[in-house]
Write a new protein. Sequence first.
Length: 471
Amino acid sequence: MLLTVSTTHRPATDLGYLLHKHPDRVQEFRQSFGVATVFYPEATDERCTAALLLDVDPVRLARSRAKESPDFTLAQYVNDRSYAASSLLGVAMAHVFSTARSGRCTSRQELADRAIPLEITIPVLPCRGGPAIAHRLFTPLGWTVEAEAIPLDERFPEWGDSRYVRLRLIGVVRLADALNQLHVLLPVLDESKHYWQGPDEVDKLLRSGEGWLATHPDQDLIARRYLGRRGALTRIALARLAELGDDVEDAVTPAEDEEALQPEAARAPLNTQRHDAVLETLRSLGATSVVDLGCGPGQLLARLIATPPFTRVAGTDVSARTLQHAARRLHLDRMSERQAERITLLQSALTYEDARIAGYDAAVLMEVVEHVDPSRLEALERVVLGAARPGALLVTTPNREYNVRYEGLSGMRHPDHRFEWDRAEFAAWSDRVAATYGYTVERRGIGHHDEEVGSPTQMAVFTRNGGDSDE
């Protein structure tokens, strides 16, 4: 199996820093099923290519099978695993490029955080669904996709195409994102995993899919194929994504058995309930201008724009790419001039003062605070309530106590969460912040209320004290 990653970023040899593999060395990494080798076919300032070659040992792979699931067929020794990219290549890549996948690069961190020109080539890739499915999965991620079906035998064209494609991806993408996308999508394209799937598969999927899976239009297809069509795990993955407030509206369907993630699985997804609660609260407050702080791909913005009382709407996010997703969701390019005047998208960090977010009747921090490092929370409080000073602020965040009701959940609800509060901690935080900045606070639950652990989401509604002034 072979995978190459090339860049024309200058100096192109910086790719060695990002991958943590020196261009002048050939390095081997032993795997339980073979040997992975990293080398550089070219390394100049103008263009640099890193190659990952995986030599699979089918005998070793066959002998590693569990005793309770023996395979006595010849296929365990004679197969395509040595030649066609599969989940085994994804496993090797995850191991060999683990630091690069995390986005860490001490010597070139600024470069690791940036999108750079990349070209990824996989000469032979099993692809159930042919070139069309490769386009369907990679194009929404910003790649230019070249997927060419490989014929069964070029001497006999009447035999048609094989199940393999030659794949070439070209784009300007952050390297860590590219590697994580491949880690997930290689087994999705093959629709097969060549290793045992444990109960932590959902966590692995969410970690590797952070920042792109939640906004992918074929999220349900990816989850289903990645998890081997295991219905319970797929429902858990889709429910957790919907629960997190990501770009999913109908991911959770009524459960067919008792293995569904949420006790309220037959009700509306928690994400929908959360948006409904925020919109109803904004209406009850009489707000006409609203800024969604940390708006993500714009799901709440779309609903605000569709609601007549809200005459001025803004969304902020630190990620320019996420704002591009929001613009596409809102169809800004096709809006009438009058409609476009109602909406503003701003790239802004919530820990730095920004005069553009001041002057709104209400602000929303929906599933945002838990993504902020605790040491930076006071900066966020100062920026939002001390400087911007909206008439009201709505904050929603997970209730940690409710996590015990989620089957298959280990740790926090999302790999990017820096913390999760229980109800007492949320109450103490919101009381302190309200007293500090001259607000009154009321707390509510969102979603199914459990007598023992409360609701899955908790919301604080801050309203500025009547005698307070913006002056």
